[in-house]
Each structure stands twice: as C-alpha cells, then as structure tokens.
Design a protein around this ligand. Sequence first.
Ligand SMILES: [Zn+2]
Length: 562
Amino acid sequence: MRKDLSRKDNAMKQEKKSIIIFLCITLLLLSFYPLYSLEKKGPLTVAESSDYTATSRYSDVMNFIRDLQEKSSLIRVETLCVSPEGREIPLLIIGQPVPSSPLALNHDERAVLYIQANIHAGEVEGKEASLMLVRDILLQEKPPYLDKLVILIAPIFNADGNEKIDPNNRRRQAGPEKGVGVRYNGQNLDLNRDGMKLESPEVQGLVRNVLNKWDPFLLVDCHTTNGSYHQEPVTYIWALNPNGDLPLIEYMREKMMPSINKNLKQKYDVLSVPYGNFMDYRDPEKGWRPSGPEPRYITNYIGLRNRMAILNENYSYAEYKTRVLGCYYFLHSILEYCHAHTNEITQLIHQADQKTVQRGLHPSEKDTVAVEYDLKPLKEKVTVLGYEMEVIEKEGSRPQIRRTDKPKAYSVPFFCDFVPKRSVSFPFAYLIPTADSEIINKLLQHGLLVEKLTKPTKLEVESFRITEITGAERLYQGHRMNSVKGDYNFEEKEFPVGTLFISTAQPLANVAAYLLEPESDDGLLVWNFLDRHVVPQWGRGPLPYPVYKLLKPANLVKERVK
Ligand SMILES: [Zn+2]
C-alpha cells in the first residue's frame, strides 16, 4: 500500500514536472514568436532561398525591395542612375521617418550613412548581406539605429555586370556554385577605378545622387578579395590617401575600425583583419600591405572629400554562406559603432571641412599637396591568421605558391601608412584660361564650386612648364595614361574674361587639387582630359600646362559657373 501510494506520489510529481516543462517551453516559444513571425513575414534573399547556391539577379533584387516596401513605410526608393544597358539602379533610403529630401534633415539630428555593394558584380555577398540587413532592420518591431541614422543602400551598384551571371566567372572563388556576374559595367569599365575621371553613369550617379545630394559621413563599399590565403572571412581598410584629412584617417585607423572589429569578434564571433596581401609570398614575414592610395578607388576618393570610408573585402576562399554572414554581421557592427558615436563622427567631419576652408582662405608655405608617396609600416604589427605556405619551383616558369592546411599566425609589419614623399605648393586658387566644356563639366560633376573671371586681370602665378609628356603604351580603362615631367616657375600673366577660377576655400579643395595638379597621379592630365591643350598639332614641344596656381589671396571679380 505504502509502495502504491509512493508510486502514485511519484506519478503525480512526474505529471507536475511535465506540466511545468510544457509551460516553460510554451512560454519560451511565445517569447520568440514575434521574431519568428517577423521572419516569416519578410522576403528571403536568393542566397537564403537557394541554400547559398545562387545569387540574386536584378529582378530578384527589385522584387525583394518592392516586397519590403509593402511591409514597411520606413523605406523609399530613389534612382541612383540608369546603367549603360538601361537598368535603373535602386538607392534605398531607410529612415524613421524617411526624409523626403536632404533638406528635410537640416533641422534633424540624424546623420546619413551609405552602403554600396556589387560594384564588382562577381563579388556578390555584399548584395545579399545588404538586402538581409535592410529586411532585418525594417521588420523589427522597434527598428534599430534609425533614431540617429538615415541609412542609404545601393545593393546592386553594377547591375549590368550582375546580369552576366555565369558559373565560369571567378572560378577560384568559393561559390555560389550557380555563378556570379562580371567585374565590369556595361561600358567595360572597372567602376572602382572611376573615382576621379567619373566616366561611368554609376559613379557619376554616386557623386550626384548620393555624395553631393545626401552627403553621407561614411561610405561602405563591399567587395571580395582576390589574393592572399588567411582564415579571417572579413577584411577591411579605410581611406588611404594622405591628401585627405589626417585626423579622419587616424580616427578610422586607431579608434573606429579596431572597435568595430572587436565587436564583430565578441558579439558575432566573426574574425576580421585589415585588408591586404603578403608583400612576398615566399617570405610573409616581410609584411602585409593594402591596395594603393589613388583616389580612383572609391574609398580613397571619399577620403579626399573629408568623409569616412570603409573598403570591405570578404575572403574569396571562404564558403559563400560564411562570406554573406560575415559581411552581414560586419555591416551590423559598423552600424552599431556609428549609432553609438554619431555626434563624435559628425563633429570630426565638420572640423575637417572647416579646416579645409580656412586653409584655402590663407594658404601658407606649409600647406602642400603630396604628389609622390612613401609607404611606411604602422607602429603596431598586424597579425594575420594564415597558413604555412609551400613554394614549388618550376624550371623555366614562375614558382607556384600553394597554401598547406597547417594554420600559422603571422605577426608582421603592416605597411599601410602612405606619407608624402614629394609635395608641391597648395594655392589660394587654380586658374584655367582655356577651359573647354569637358573640363568645366568634370569639375562640376565632382560638386566643386567653379567660378569665372568677369574682368581681365593680371596676376603673379605659379606655372608648370612641361618638358616631357608620354602616354602609356598599354591601354588602361580606355586611356593611355600620361606621365609628365616639367618644372615650376613664377610669371606675371594676363587672364582674360571667362578664365575659370577654382577657389581652394571649399570643402572639396583636396579633390580640386588632385584633379588639377600637373603631377597628380589621378588628375585630369593623367586621364587625357588635357591632351589637346598640351600637345600641339604643329611645332616643337608641349605647350605650357593650362592650369595656373594663384598662391596668395586676391580679391577678383567673378561669377559662378553652372
Ligand atoms: Zn572588388
């Protein structure tokens, strides 16, 4: 009997336990219900719905965006540009509320941030990750970030390249197996070399409809790597050209990026390392270095504009799903940092613009434009989680370098500090007496303030005498890039009515200098815009360089060119 009772007791206890467990599970499920139901509401990207075997086509992206628009009032779609093949490139404006225009933000504390993906359309994870990001922000009951940030996203920047999806593209990349697009846009141009010459509708649209219009404090440009072997799925680098605002570069390098990447590791368990390649595969200990400082690279161009930029390169040999999720969490980590530091960042940017304008009003001899750079290592070494490498010598051909499966951490010098090696004077203004409409349009496209003299004026200026100009033998981006030699002189010169006057007391002064300096490695002369002004049909030698520098302030009668 006692036995029976205790059995009954036990059975009752068991039943009670089961009920409690059942209740707990129900409560747990209920607490997840909002998330679960939201997930069910939101559209899936092609990456997700294909179990990471495919990437979105243009129509998939547009359908995904329309689906989100039906579910959320916090998104508006603008057109960044029409691609060479006629596709409208969507620019998503995400805000709470969505600002009707940049003017609507004038009396608003929110700051604007911009993310673009798929500029090289074989490098697709940014496209998938940025779409997931928009969905997962918009469909939360309380969307994060939007009290302080307006987020602009161009998920498919190079749509023409994207539509050429083929499994044979980027074969060394680890998926998606159903193929990716091509690097080039519909004009066969590399859009990430178009930062200064602005010859593609996509980059022209970026400058006109994003940078000059919305003035984002940060641009994030999503890519996939092509080079070294390492374990980190996410890599990144900031703007590198030392003609940009140095405090901004230092802030990104010393504070912002380390913090973003620490968070990425701690919160999302994703490893990252500054973007680069071993300088010598045979001897990785020699060092690690990123790409060059030229502003033809979009992120370096943004630096010249006194804004922040992150080049995101996801590791080509990591599985597609790892790359998509790595990029997705990296974008979250960036947003979290910017959300927590909005005031600090906007203040820094404001100071950079102010300093630039002040310098242009009264340039001193200490103010210069760097035209050649040295590459120096940072004080701290970088640790790259790589692999032991194997060198296979082959007679008569280049040695093959293969990675082994043995992980190896390399703590090596990080050559990432481009510093001026040779600099020239920074002027009060640039003067162009013989500007044609192509030159004027190029300056205006960048958003520069361009004026013209309305009275003939005699001025003491610095001029550049070209002694040698050579077009490159090899065509590059449709150009035979010029290299030039010459010397600087002072002269008194009469400037006629209509002479262009480009003041350096404007926030984009560094862009103006980079375009107009004769020895600039990414200026109008290099990219052949001045060819017919400097090389005569008849006669000896090149003509004088057509841009003059007014070093000292002068009050001139002029009007704005539109
Ligand atoms: Zn790329």
